[in-house]
Design a binder for this molecule. Sequence first.
Ligand SMILES: N[C@@H](CCC(=O)N[C@@H](CS)C(=O)NCC(=O)O)C(=O)O
Length: 224
Amino acid sequence: MSRDSAERLVLFDYWRSSAAYRVRIALNLKGLDYEQRAVNLVHGDGEHLSAQYRAINPQQLVPTLLHRGRALTQSLAICTYLDQLFPTPLLVPSDPVAGARVRALALLIACDIHPINNLRVQRYLKAELGAGETAVSDWMQHWMTVGFSALEAMLAGSEETGRFCQGDQPGLADCCLVPQVYNAERFDCDLSGFPMIRAIAAHCREQPAFAAAAPECQPDAVPA
Ligand SMILES: N[C@@H](CCC(=O)N[C@@H](CS)C(=O)NCC(=O)O)C(=O)O
């Protein structure tokens, strides 16, 4: 592998993947060029379940980031990797208290909301537990509402919240929040009780780094 190709950032991506969306935002915030390789999660059983992709990411989830001959997995680990290699702008503040708050907000979404609403969970509910469309939709809305209720309280109750989740600079929490709001809208979750989440998401979406990462702007996007 040539030095140039090893330095290239290659993102295994899917336009509607909220975890990949986080990484796209992070890459854009840092002004990094990257190559996108689409992994279609819904074509047939899903390209992520192929043996070829399993060799790249044993968890068979997107995203995966290739860099310097390594395959990096887990969106938050990838964002942290990017923060260490390309620290401007930092996504997690170096101040311990501010950094812990940003991580807590990001993890609330990435660990406590997203995994129970993932595609494979929806598929399991339908195929193994016999849940219909309405039951799955109720499940999605319920867990997003539970998570967003706590997130709204954490954001609304803190002086550290600014136009973004932490002050007036976008960071890791915003990289997670905007894709989760996208998911909530996709699944018709009622967001009227979450004014702070909606205001921050709206402000983020006005920023070019967030706008360029939006699902509908990705090369593999399927028009509505
Ligand atoms: N914790 C992982 C989650 C990755 C993940 O679940 N990705 C989803 C798309 S958002 C996926 O690949 N789902 C495939 C499936 O559920 O079958 C991360 O943050 O990267």
